[in-house]
Every structure is written in C-alpha cells, then in structure tokens.
Design a protein around this ligand. Structure first.
Ligand SMILES: Cc1cc2nc3c(=O)[nH]c(=O)nc-3n(C[C@H](O)[C@H](O)[C@H](O)COP(=O)(O)O)c2cc1C
Length: 310
C-alpha cells in the first residue's frame, strides 16, 4: 500500500507539543542521555529522567533486580546521585539535545517534593515534572504517597505553587481505587497523570529457598503487567479531565495504540528497552505502518476512541 502523505504522529500533552506519543519510562533509560547511541534523543516524544531526590541515595541491597517468567522484579530503592549532581552534570547535557525533558522528582515528605520543584523550576532545559508518588512517605508509615488521596492532593498542591511547569503525577497500581487518587491529584493541580508505576511482587527459588530480591518484595514490570496498566490508565481517563500517559508492559506499536484508544495521550516504554535498547527508535516507523494500513491519518485521532458496549 502506498501513502501520499506521512502519518502524523504528533500529540499535544498539557501544552507540550510532542513529535510522537513515545517517551522513555523513568529509571529505565539512563540517568542522563546515556542511551543516545541506541535512540537519538531528538526523535523521542519526551525523555523522562530517573527519579531525582534532594540528597544522593545508594538504593537497596543487592540482589535488587531479577527476571521472572515474564518481566522484571526490581527493588532499586530510588538510587540516584541527588539533585546537585543532576544540576551540575546532567542538565547541561540536556540543553542542546533537542528533546522534551520531563524530570521525575521524588521525596520522603511533601515538603521535599516542593523543595525539589522550587529548586529546579528555573531551568529552561526542563519542560515538565513527573511527580513520583510511589515514593514511601516517611511521615505516613512509609506508605507510598499515592495510597492516600489527601496526601497525594496536598503534595501536588504544594508542588503546583512551586512551579509553573506542567506537572504529571505518577500513580501506583497497588491500590483499590486508582480513580480516587486520580481525582485527588487533579484537584491538587496536576496537568496530567502517568499510569502506572510497578506492581508489588516477589519471587523465590524453591531449591535455594532464597527470594529473588534481597528485600523480598519489589516492583513487577514488563509485558505481563500490560492488562493491569491498561485498566489503570482507563480508570484514570474516565475519572478525570486531564490527559493520561500510559505506562506498563508496552512492548509493540500495537500496544502503544491500545493505550491511546483506551484514553491515553502518550505512553512510556520501560522494561521493553532492556531487551531491545533501540525499541524507542524503531516504534515510530512501526506506528506509521500500522496507521497507514488502517487508513488513520493522525495518531491523535485514536486518543480515547474506545467503543464501549457490543
Ligand atoms: C529497573 C527499573 C527502575 C525504575 N526506576 C524508577 C524510578 O526511578 N522512578 C519511577 O517513577 N519509576 C521507576 N520505574 C518504573 C518504570 O518507570 C515504569 O513505571 C514501570 O517499570 C512499568 O513500565 P514497564 O512495564 O514498561 O517497565 C523503574 C522500573 C524499572 C524496571
């Protein structure tokens, strides 16, 4: 089949004009642009940083990543070099990279999130923040911020006052009512929602009787979590008016389009980049081919186009 005009892959997300709906997922695509040899940064819809915290974090004891039958378990524990290193070493490299940069911020208290956003607000090379609400809240019995609507709303409200940049609240799938948290972060001033972070899981070897991870439980990700992530993204899309970024198990161009049809404006690719680091470079052409075959001129036409009922 020949197409006279190129398929339009661009989307508008909370005021950001993205070349494609494709982003890297936090923590899976380098601390800075280390993956540039596999994926030219300027071809990405957006690059999302690993979670950055005020102080450097060494992370959890090893083993902190293990493979399962389908996907990864990880308990990295938000290892990162802290905001000062991010400012001095990473941000200068992003300046001329020609990519939309979303900096994922973390904190142990609502005040730490606010401090992070206030400190990084002045950098033009950051286009938006992703607020990692899966961080444990030390004032709330170490439960993630994303588990309590009031804390999630309060955190977003504080961050909203500290910056004018678009804010994406990254939610956890490990709760009963993700729609309630989605409404809370929307009320707190979020411009969009990333759905979702990893699912809680564990593995054990019956011969050695050792768990796969030193801390036993960790975050499960990869192809097997896709139906759960898709359901969470759809729950959010039907609960709020702000746009949704789908994340979880996305591996193929068809997966990307499924998340768009279910109501997402953009998507993030995480674990799939470990087995194919060039995946994010390959997906645009695959999307164009699928859409051209189906006679769809623009990827944006598919957003939220799911037909409920039979
Ligand atoms: C090794 C690893 C490290 C991660 N680190 C972070 C992180 O620092 N911050 C964050 O918000 N999510 C982090 N995530 C979660 C991913 O961004 C993503 O939400 C999750 O893995 C689901 O997507 P996937 O199935 O495509 O990997 C991490 C995931 C993995 C596998």
């Amino acid at each position: 089949m020949t197409t006279a005009t190129k398929t339009d892959l661009s989307v508008t997300l909370a005021g950001l004009e993205l070349k494609t709906p494709l982003m890297s997922a936090s923590g899976t695509f380098g601390h800075g642009l280390e993956m540039g040899n596999f994926v030219a940064p300027e071809t990405l819809g957006a690059w999302v940083s690993k979670t950055v915290t005020l102080l450097p974090r060494h992370g959890n004891p090893a083993p902190r990543i293990c493979e399962t039958e389908a996907g990864f378990l990880n308990s990295i524990g938000l290892e990162n070099r802290g905001v000062e290193d991010y400012e001095q070493k990473v941000l200068p490299t992003l300046k001329r990279a020609g990519v939309t940069v979303i900096t994922n911020i973390g904190g142990a208290t609502p005040e730490e999130f606010v401090e992070m956003a206030a400190r990084l607000d002045g950098y033009d090379e950051i286009h938006a923040f992703e607020v990692n609400l899966s961080c444990p809240n030390v004032q709330g019995g170490k439960l993630p911020f994303a588990t309590d609507p009031a804390t999630a709303e309060l955190t977003l409200r504080g961050v909203r006052e500290a910056t004018t940049k678009p804010l994406f609240a990254k939610l956890s799938p490990n709760l009963a009512g993700i729609g309630e948290i989605a409404k809370a972060v929307e009320a707190g001033g979020a411009d969009g929602i990333t759905a979702v972070n990893t699912l809680l899981g564990m593995s054990v070897d019956w011969r050695t009787q050792k768990p796969g991870l030193a801390l036993v439980m960790g975050g499960y990700s990869g192809v097997a979590v896709k139906p759960v992530a898709l359901r969470c993204a759809w729950n959010c899309a039907t609960a709020v008016k702000i746009p949704i970024i789908g994340c979880g198990g996305i591996t193929t161009a068809a997966d990307v389009l499924e998340f768009l049809v279910a109501g997402c404006t953009a998507v993030q690719i995480g674990t799939a980049s470990f087995s194919n680091p060039s995946l994010l470079a390959e997906l645009p052409a695959q999307l164009e081919e699928l859409l051209a075959d189906a006679g769809v001129a623009s990827v944006a036409e598919l957003i939220g186009s799911m037909k409920a009922g039979y």
